[in-house]
Design a binder for this molecule. Structure first.
Ligand code: SF4
Length: 328
């Protein structure tokens, strides 16, 4: 790729050796703690993800421990971390690997990619960090650094991958991949790149423009608005909750919801209640769906379960808080 700007291996690795954040899985990058961190950090920021990693690793110090637990327990610990498919895949993966002989996480990126929840980025990250396999891991941070070093507003994935492959330090592939990601996470950040403290600023093309943060050009995300109702049926025994289905919140428990703005009456009939009281409204955004829900509450004499006895999503937690039933 002629004419492209590449980060200096010497400068970037030296910077990484001095300034990388101390993270528990970096001390001893065994496959299981690294895999766990990659699953959590796929869609959760480090400030939040680190707490989840610690909680999960404490309960499941080995993959085997997770494989003999229930999915429900994994979901309970994952509660609030969002994108619950990750927790379901993690549990499934632990069961698959534990049933093998020997029950070990593979080092081959192609084998890793056959496991649930692992795509090209995650497989390359695990293989390079835990097994020193010389393979470039490309995530959003790497794409942003490519885009800025080369002042390319609309980077194409093939070019980024090719650039990452050429950039890779094959002697320290795990550290190299982490160094690029670390640079994107703490220096070359999406909105406010700190060019003055950047170890690869010398040849960076974006740095000499009026606004380095304009690279890469942001994509507008379209999201669907959902106007509906949520029904909190409360009794001295607890809240009426059922297990949700579907890819987004499947496996979690929640209150009855309708996504039909005129569906309140049908929802009440389905649950054999009448005259609920409106207690609030919530707005909750998922990646592609914006929920605007009117929250209704009705007290009944019996039925329901304690809301802290099952895993529930942040959406349902907010609904319960709006109804004054945050903890049953
Ligand atoms: S000089 Fe600035 S824009 Fe360029 S890579 Fe470093 S932090 Fe990012």
């Amino acid at each position: 790729m002629e004419g492209r700007v590449y980060p200096s291996r010497l400068l970037l690795l030296d910077w990484y050796d001095h300034y990388a954040r101390e993270l528990p899985w970096r001390e001893n990058p065994e496959p299981w703690p690294v895999l766990l961190s990659e699953f959590i950090l796929q869609q959760t920021k480090m400030e939040v993800g680190l707490g989840y990693w610690k909680k999960m690793y404490k309960r499941f110090p080995t993959l085997h421990e997770m494989s003999i637990s229930t999915l429900e327990e994994v979901m309970l610990l994952w509660q609030g971390c969002g994108y619950y498919a990750r927790a379901r895949n993690l549990h499934k993966l632990s069961v698959i690997i534990s049933s093998r002989d020997p029950p070990i996480i593979p080092s081959d990126p192609k084998e890793l990619e056959k496991l649930p929840g692992i795509g090209p980025y995650t497989s390359a990250a695990i293989a390079s960090i835990s097994f020193e396999v010389p393979i470039a891991a490309v995530d959003g941070n790497v794409k942003r650094i490519f885009s800025r070093l080369n002042a390319i507003e609309h980077p194409n994935s093939t070019d980024v991958q090719e650039w990452a492959n050429i950039s890779l330090d094959e002697n320290r592939p795990g550290d190299w991949n982490q160094a690029l990601m670390e640079l994107g996470a703490i220096v070359c950040t999406p909105r406010a790149p700190k060019c003055n403290s950047c170890p690869v600023s010398e040849n960076c093309k974006a740095r000499f423009t009026d606004d380095p943060a304009k690279y890469p050009a942001s994509k507008r995300r379209s999201s669907t608005k959902v106007n509906g109702h949520a029904l909190v049926i409360s009794s001295p025994e607890g809240i009426v909750l059922s297990q949700r289905k579907g890819s987004q919140l499947g496996g979690l428990w929640g209150v009855p919801i309708t996504e039909d703005p005129n569906g309140l009456e049908a929802l009440c009939i389905d649950h054999k209640i009448h005259s609920p009281e409106k207690v609030g409204e919530i707005h909750h955004a998922f990646s592609h769906r914006d929920f605007h829900l009117q929250v209704w509450k009705v007290d009944v004499l019996k039925g329901g379960i304690r809301s802290d006895s099952v895993p529930i999503s942040r959406l349902d937690q907010r609904i319960l808080d709006a109804a004054g039933c945050g903890e049953s």
